[in-house]
Design a protein around this ligand. Sequence first.
Ligand code: ZN
Length: 242
Amino acid sequence: MLHPLSRRKAEVLTVLNSVSQEDHLKLKQLGAADNKFWSTDDEAHAPLVAAFRTEVKDYYWGRQARRCCYCSKELDESKAAYDAEHIIHKDEFPQFMFELANLSVACRTCNGVKKNKLVLALNVTLAEVPRQSSDYTIVHPHLDEWSDHFRHDEISRIVPANESMKGAKTIEVCGIHYLNAARLADYFLPADHKTVQQALEGLFRVKSRGWKIKYLEVLNGLVDEHNFQPAREILGALKDEV
Ligand SMILES: [Zn+2]
């Protein structure tokens, strides 16, 4: 039986059902004039923003195979559990706040870590939402196929596929290290989970070999203490990389 194991490249939503074209245009204008407008509590506009957000989240949740556009983690159906994601962030580029081509759905971690980091290539023209994959430094929800840029390695971490620069950049920008660390920490003793997760996250994030060795020593100590075979195997694979 076939199961999609990663998010799909989503076609851009083109026709809104819950918001008229006229209201959509109004939202774009109001957003462009106020980069905080997405969270407006203004009684006249908040219901319209909520209707827009709900439809966008519904649509991209289904089109992305119910997965985060960056880390591909499955997203619970409850809309409270995931975010509408502005691919080009709205703080500096509020003109794209309500552009359907600039929206997707992401997990809370990826959205929170990515925040307002720049994802545009140099010299991109911004008259409208850029529509070429090469306009972006990260793996784009609508322009790039996840599996072209990422793979799961032999210890089930998400790593760049085919030495993809975009894959590596997305892991850094969205903090996919956190997810990799949390998953691998499951192979250690539950009581050590938090310490292990922090050490693994540090190991994946830092560039310096000296620091990587320090994090490995923390993990080594925990494995030696409990002589826990699954953790020992994970640690062996990680040591080979440093
Ligand atoms: Zn994610």
